[in-house]
Ligand binder design. Structure first.
Ligand SMILES: [Zn+2]
Length: 277
């Protein structure tokens, strides 16, 4: 094989606005290795991102396999992070270092903070309850790391949403975009100050009322939806590190073939933004 054949990234280097050198300098954490996280992670490897940090503590379940593309039937019951790392290394990895943390992000809050601290960018693929995503977004604000959340709508099966929170404190934060803080978050944020969120060793959110943390019954999604949301999130990562504009919110409805993008302003009454100004 001559040196030309070894240039795995020759085709993307041909894109006029692309910057492969910059992509290859990035350390990205993928928090939540499920329908979104698996489909984000293999794309980052194919792009040549330097370090990909995978964070989750779930085991693979049969109902994951319709969309979580790094897992197969014979791996049911195994740890998601271990299997995701192995599959990426065997099939998708061209030049990346894959690091896997099988941790509960709240019980191991100190480790979670360290992971975000050493990342250039956070891709947030956490599922419900909302508080999980929200707390990671506050950590990102605190450590000035850009973050993109991607998710699929559990009620429609073919739609989803992307939210981009920049590292600047004059742009909308995750809470600005998600609307009014729900009670559970207000309670938790009284207990754990957003400004000091990186100083705690652990976050005890499981003590909260069960109605806030129970999963949605009969939720629906597909590989089509998860892959589309993941691809939009990865596109956002590429554009943001290149200093290009990316919408704060994208809503897509694949069934009706509709996609809407929004450039938003910070909400003047957002308690998180007020705290960080
Ligand atoms: Zn805000």
């Amino acid at each position: 094989m001559n040196s030309l054949n070894k240039d795995f990234f020759a085709k993307q280097k041909n894109i006029s606005w692309f910057n492969q050198e910059l992509i290859e300098k990035q350390t990205i954490s993928v928090i939540g290795v499920g329908g979104i996280g698996t489909n984000i992670a293999f794309q980052l490897a194919r792009l040549g991102v330097q370090k990909i940090i995978l964070v989750d503590n779930d085991n693979i379940e049969p109902s994951n396999l319709n969309r979580q593309s790094l897992f197969s039937k014979d791996q049911i019951g195994k740890k998601k992070t271990d299997v995701a790392k192995d599959t990426i290394n065997k099939i998708h990895n061209l030049n990346s270092e894959i690091i896997a943390y099988d941790i509960d992000i709240f019980q191991n809050w100190k480790d979670t903070i360290d992971i975000v601290r050493k990342s250039n960018f956070v891709l947030n693929g956490l599922d419900l309850p909302e508080i999980k995503r929200s707390l990671i977004s506050i950590v990102c604000l605190n450590l000035k790391k850009p973050m993109i959340y991607a998710g699929t709508d559990p009620f429609s099966g073919f739609s989803g949403m992307i939210l981009y929170q920049s590292s600047k404190n004059n742009e909308p934060c995750y809470e600005c975009m998600q609307g009014v803080l729900v009670d559970v978050e207000s309670d938790l944020l009284i207990q754990y100050s957003p400004k000091k969120i990186t100083q705690y060793d652990t976050i005890e959110w499981k003590i909260l009322d069960k109605k806030y943390v129970e999963p949605i019954q009969n939720s629906s999604t597909t590989i089509v939806t998860a892959l589309f949301a993941s691809t939009l999130a990865v596109t956002g990562f590429i554009k943001v590190i290149l200093g290009q504009k990316f919408p704060h919110r994208i809503i897509f409805d694949l069934y009706n073939m509709e996609i809407e993008k929004f450039f938003l302003n910070q909400r003047s009454d957002c308690r998180i933004c007020i705290e960080f100004q």
